[in-house]
Design a protein around this ligand. Structure first.
Ligand code: HMG
Ligand code: MG
Length: 285
């Protein structure tokens, strides 16, 4: 089974750049966003209202979000807590993303709370976000393995997914944060999730550390997933996931899908011109 159409959500301006050690001028980030919008990308992650001390590169997220509003694009802003949600509401971000680790150890390092504490904070956040008609993306990070905890069981993942479903997330994004998943576990986990929650929209978010991200996309599609995150130029990595490299490269994903006759709405040849610009912003690729 392969879908006729897939939605690609570009995460380069957020996941791709968040870990860059040197400050990238906001003007350059805006240029990247504008170029991505031009090649047919309909939705992207561009802002992250995390603490600027924890992730300095994202400190200009208000300015970037304001620019995205002016461009009129649909963008997602990361909101780890209520303070972040307030900032997202202030700039009128249309979509937010909460991100919680299936691994408790990762969650404490990444957002300074246990998984259970973070889920509790989500109760209020979801109800406030819904009052503001925001679309809610909910990430389950380290959904396959974790560099701190080791193995992550399906039950660990289900525990977080279950709460997100009950809270009414608009989509649930399953993250291979450290890029260690393989097609077998990806197929099995997505197939079980689709079985347990047939009404839920799941997204695949694969980091390419083991060079298996494209294979993981194939496995997830076979389990019925039709939405994937990717990062132009393969940029990225989470600062609290040591050694993890970027997301699957958008151009590789678009090329593979178009060879398979699966529509993405993205112009591959034009996208190829954006990739060198994206890479020029990074010291890591
Ligand atoms: P904390 O230090 O525990 O926060 O950080 P706190 O609630 O204890 O508050 C301490 C101070 O920070 C207070 O200020 C707050 O107001 C302030 P004070 O009263 O002392 O002056 N504060 C904030 N300021 C600005 N924005 C905020 C905010 N929150 C509190 N949002 C926090 C908790 C969650 C903020 C911190 O841990 C954080 O920013 N973590 C973000 C880590 C991160 O960005 N990681 C990368 C993204 S996740 C990822 O990449 C994975 C993903 O791609 C999916 C995948 O690959 O699986 C999404
Ligand atoms: Mg990520």
């Amino acid at each position: 089974f392969f879908p006729k159409e897939v939605e690609i959500i570009e995460v380069g301006p957020r996941d791709g750049l968040q870990n860059e050690p040197e400050p990238i001028p906001a003007e350059k980030k805006k240029e990247l966003i504008a170029q991505l919008a031009k090649v047919g990308i309909k939705r992207m992650e561009t802002a992250s209202f995390v603490h600027p001390k924890w992730v300095p590169q994202m400190a200009d997220s208000e300015e970037i979000a304001t620019y995205c509003n002016q461009l009129g694009i649909t963008y997602i802003a990361l909101t780890p807590n209520m303070k972040a949600l307030d900032r997202a509401i202030e700039v009128k971000a249309p979509q937010i993303a909460v991100f919680i680790g299936a691994s408790n150890e990762f969650n404490k390092r990444n957002i300074n709370k246990t998984t259970a504490e973070s889920l509790n904070e989500c109760e209020d956040m979801f109800s406030v976000a819904k009052k503001h008609s925001m679309f809610i993306r909910a990430y389950v990070s380290m959904a396959f393995t974790c560099p701190f905890q080791g193995s992550v069981s399906f039950e660990d993942v289900k525990f977080v997914v279950d709460r997100f479903v009950r809270l009414g997330a608009d989509e649930i994004d399953i993250g291979d944060t450290n890029g260690q998943a393989d097609p077998k576990i990806v197929y099995e986990r997505f197939a079980r999730l689709k079985d347990l929650y047939p009404e839920v929209t799941f997204v695949g978010h694969f980091h390419d550390t083991s060079k298996l991200a494209l294979a993981n996309v194939i496995a997830a599609m076979q389990a019925g997933v039709t939405k994937f995150d990717s990062s132009v130029g393969g940029l990225g990595g989470c600062p609290y996931s040591p050694g993890a490299t970027g997301n699957v490269a958008t151009e590789d994903l678009v090329k593979m899908l178009s060879k398979m006759g699966i529509k993405t709405g993205i112009d591959y040849n034009e996208l190829l011109n954006v990739s060198p610009y994206a890479k020029s912003l990074s010291t890591r690729v």
